[in-house]
Design a protein around this ligand. Structure first.
Ligand code: 8Y7
Length: 259
């Protein structure tokens, strides 16, 4: 899963049109590099990030999703806002990546009313404050229990199991030790019976382990993606598609499928 952020950056403030063109070009590049799906996001959920309004998020992501209608890979919308979910699905998105795991009833209803897939992610706290004081008795048991409960809630609401993927939510209210325990024991998440998605690409835990700045975390991100695959991850959410695809080709040639 290739990451396409549709957020203004400090280098090019050329307005919505340029933002859309840049995002579409980036999306096409990731497809050419071998991405099997794309995750389009219009609001940063990094620790400490500022919220954006529904209208602003729609203005950012809808033109990009519409521009990818004929793309050869499925499009995921990274949002926790029900209004954005519904509009993105209407525009052709085939998956919703919800960092709130459909705990908002309106978000649950938006997915129930559709036929799209959904990623249910664990987090502790909210993006503004979640890294202040993460706390668990046993992070692996607690995250697994949460995801099991969210799968059950989604199924009870009418979302078939085949539409669900889960994610332990690396970096979302977790210390380095919590993240490492979750990655070490990722196989336990696969026992919940739905595909496991992981996002480790360029994350601060990799900075903590290597001392590298965010621009220099490609080798660490590859190692993390391979480690996750080895422990049963079905989908890896990454910025660096070409490098990750190459690494997975080598891994797959030895361990897995032929492609
Ligand atoms: C994740 C994510 C982010 C993740 C899923 C970043 C939106 C932070 N991380 N979604 N989103 N899993 N499912 O560094 O780990 O990409 S944002």
């Amino acid at each position: 899963m290739g990451i396409v952020n549709v957020t203004p950056d400090s280098f090019s403030d050329g307005g919505l049109h340029l933002q859309r063109d840049n995002a579409l070009a980036h999306a096409q590049q990731l497809i050419a590099e071998g991405a099997d799906m794309l995750d389009i996001g219009g609001e940063s959920t990094r620790p400490g990030a500022q919220p954006v309004s529904v209208q602003e998020e729609l203005d950012r992501v809808l033109p990009v999703i519409e521009g990818l209608r004929d793309a050869p890979v499925p499009i995921s919308i990274d949002t926790f806002k029900p209004e954005v979910m519904r509009a993105a699905i209407a525009a052709g998105a085939q998956m919703v990546n919800d960092i709130n795991a459909l705990q908002d009833a309106a978000a649950m209803n938006a997915i129930v009313a559709s036929d799209v897939a959904v990623c249910l992610m664990h987090k502790q706290g909210n993006p503004q404050s979640m890294q202040e004081q993460p706390h668990y008795q046993n992070v692996v048991i607690e995250v697994s229990a949460f995801l099991r409960e969210r799968i059950a809630a989604a199924e009870a609401a009418g979302i078939q199991r085949k539409r669900i993927v889960i994610d332990p939510g690396f970096g979302f209210g977790k210390t380095l030790e919590h993240n490492l325990a979750l990655l070490r024991e990722l196989t336990k998440m696969t026992k919940l019976g739905v595909p496991v998605l992981v996002g480790l690409s360029r994350k601060s835990m990799l900075g903590a382990l290597t001392g590298q700045d965010v621009t220099q975390r490609l080798p660490a991100s590859i190692a993390a993606a391979l480690t996750a695959m080895q422990r049963g991850a079905a989908i890896v959410r990454v910025h660096d598609v070409r490098a990750t695809v190459d690494a997975l080709k080598v891994w797959n040639a030895v361990n897995g499928e032929s492609s």
